[in-house]
Ligand binder design. Structure first.
Ligand SMILES: [Zn+2]
Ligand SMILES: [Zn+2]
Length: 342
């Protein structure tokens, strides 16, 4: 007897998965069935457990970053279980995280200098390649990170970009233990960075719009909280800005001591306004951007997160409601991070 219709439909379903597809910028994601990806050489197939929502996803969906792939499955903070492509290091069933940096060429002048975050030919998860707003995803085996058992799926997902890049921002700003550090904006990334800063005994000054963000910052141990127009009451050693706004960068710069640095944690800024060099940048103050992340940033941060039992605030959305999750970030409607689960 030939295969029954039911068996054929089961097999068909087995080769299909549900995903949120971006078909054209500025349109809502389409939640629909699509072929399940197959891992190529050096890749693993992951059954997705959770996928964090990042502000960069909004820039992609809203067309503020040029389209690199259509249709595209966004999402670059993936927690998944290895189902195919297992290796000795990554046995079947290993729980791993995938971040924004999905691959590098390993040969360009930046890679050769250990600056893999600046690679000339990078793969970006959920941007140049499909990401995690789906039931399954593939990833390069050498770009997945084993997740410490202290971190559960929902709380690990927002660590994978927001957390890692927030941590890298602290490194780029040159934060040292005990420093006075300003956080300008208090979304997913900042609310993770403050936990690391507190564990380093830093004083944290948070300037952000939205009373609930200020309350969250205070509850997480900020020394001072103010609105986006309030100036911190002391001169800061270091500052990190999180808003896609050049005005915020200038506000941060205006709060620095001589020799201090501002790290800009934003892949896109509206513009940088004119500012007074003599008053704001003279005195060896620095402005630096933060681009992507390295695998060692990821490993170091995940270890710290496990050590300090970092517990992000998360709001969970089902994959069917991926558009609502994006809207929540766009409207600053939640405190902490949004996570999509299939
Ligand atoms: Zn490279
Ligand atoms: Zn991101």
């Amino acid at each position: 007897m030939s295969e029954s219709a039911e068996e054929i439909s089961l097999q068909l379903r087995d080769s299909r998965m549900k995903a949120a597809l971006l078909k054209a910028a500025k349109e809502p994601l389409h939640i629909e069935e699509t072929p399940k990806p197959e891992p190529g050489p050096g890749q693993v197939l992951l059954r997705v457990r959770a996928s964090g929502v990042c502000r960069t996803d909004l820039h992609i969906v809203d067309g503020e970053l040029p389209s690199r792939k259509e249709p595209l499955i966004p999402g670059h903070q993936i927690v998944g279980i290895v189902e195919e492509g297992a290796t000795a290091e990554l046995p079947l069933g290993t729980r791993v995280g995938v971040s924004w940096i999905g691959g590098i060429d390993g040969t360009c002048r930046y890679c050769r200098r250990g600056l893999e975050n600046l690679c000339d030919a990078p793969v970006f998860t959920g941007y140049t390649t499909n990401g995690g707003y789906a039931e399954y995803a593939v990833a390069r085996s050498d770009f997945v990170f084993k997740l410490p058992t202290e971190l559960d799926d929902l709380h690990a997902a927002p660590l994978l970009c927001a957390g890692i890049i927030g941590f890298r921002s602290l490194r780029v700003a040159g934060v040292e233990p005990g420093d006075r550090v300003g956080l300008f904006g208090f979304g997913a990334s900042a609310h993770l960075a403050i936990a690391v800063l507190r564990s380093w005994n830093c004083e944290v000054y948070v300037s952000t719009r939205g009373a609930s963000h200020r309350q969250l910052a205070a509850s997480l141990g900020a020394t001072w909280v103010g609105t986006e127009t309030d100036k911190p009451p002391v001169e800061l050693d270091r500052a990190v800005t999180f808003a896609p706004s050049g005005d915020v960068v200038i506000a941060a710069l205006a709060s620095l001591r001589k020799g201090g640095a501002v790290a800009i944690n934003a892949i896109h800024l509206d513009r940088i306004p004119e500012f007074d060099y003599d008053r704001l940048l003279w005195g060896e103050r620095q402005i630096r951007s933060v681009a992507n992340m390295t695998r060692s940033d990821a490993r170091d941060f995940l270890q710290i997160a496990a050590d300090i039992h970092l517990q992000p605030n998360v709001t969970v959305f089902s994959l069917d409601h991926a558009n609502e999750a994006l809207a929540a970030i766009r409207n600053d409607a939640i405190d902490g991070a949004a996570v999509v689960v299939p």
